[in-house]
Design a protein around this ligand. Sequence first.
Ligand code: EPU
Length: 422
Amino acid sequence: MDALIIEGPSKLSGKVDISGSKNSALPLLFASILFDEKVTYENIPRLWDIETTLQLLEVMGCDTEWDKEKGRVSILPQISKKVAPYEQVKKMRAGILALGPLIAKYGDAKVSLPGGCAIGARPVNYHIEALRRLGVTVEVEEGYIHASVKNKLVGAEILFPEVTVTGTENLLYAGVMAEGTTILQNAACEPEVVALGEFLKSCGAKISGLGTHTITIQGSPLKIPETPVRIPADRIEAGTWVSIALATRSPLELNHCDASQMTSVLAAFRQMGAKIEELNQGTTLKVIPADKYLPLHIETAPYPGFPTDMQAQILTLLCLAEGRSTIVESIFENRFMHVAELQRLGAKIEVNGNVATVEGPVGFQGAPIMATDLRASACLVLAGLISKGTTRVSRIYHLDRGYQRLDEKLRRLGAKITRVAE
Ligand code: EPU
């Protein structure tokens, strides 16, 4: 496993290209299972989670090609084994996204249960219950979900007890292949769900209500996409870069963004005192830091609320704000693992249940710290950039799962950051 060594504090300058979205690429890649012919993708980010997804598809019998320089992937979906093994799913919980397309296309699937992870238990009971409503028989045995359907999937009305992003995605795959109408109530509105739905629509699916909490799907045959599927910009990577610019007090220009998907995040940064200009129809963000930042109260929520995937990064930034901030983590029960590491650098944060209280401003002092999950890793790199002296961030495996070459991008902008093998 690699570690990053950062000499801080860092002053950065220049332009950053935002990569394709991880959480959009994964469901779109799994959608290839629904077809018989080759599907091609562009703007695929260079991430471990993409590697794991392609491995999973290969295990199932698909032929995959990935031109990493051009960001192009093509998948010939020749499914011979309708199985998503533990070996891959344990590395990436999004392996559960194999369940929907396999059951939709082949009426048969064996998918490893993802298990818990650093940020919480993360069960998949809502996916399973919803598929049962469409006529799927599901047994859970020896750590695997065994799903099968006798004849065809039959449309039904489903009410998700909580908003679930990958749950909604699994039901989109199933709904488009089911007979009749499927209505998803309390569906996720995340842009990644909309991107998957729009892609399926471009292939002939009849879906309405994307981007709202009620999605209606009319089962209909799909045809192969005529043009390569383009992965949209990563709104969480872009938000992470805004927090890097603000914390290091470095004006940065971010290109290939989609500001329309970042409303709540940009509003929070602006409330703290940052100036963020949206140029070129929101595809470019010019971030202008402030000398002083104001404290905030933030509650994470499903889209369009403040994303849980930006909580760790803004929490780190709030350590620089003048006064007391509070963050309520409403989505995952254990997503403050980064706090103990930030405290090692000097942060004054108290956690009570799902509420973190941050006192600022503090100056960070470099120390060895350990990454626990993907977004926590990003916040620890951010913390290292603003710490005086040397910070060693260990176990950055998680970072490479979801950020395209963050250390290389930072080095190009002037950060003193090196990667070492541990
Ligand atoms: N939940 C259940 N049962 C289920 C499904 C969800 O109890 O069957 C609970 C979860 O435990 C959680 C809440 O419902 O408390 C919401 O979870 P959701 O299902 O929406 O999460 P997910 O689909 O597993 C996706 C992203 C996460 C992101 C969350 C929330 C992908 C591949 N992953 O996860 O991204 O945090 O939505 O927005 O899209 C990340 O990129 O770092 C990441 C963790």
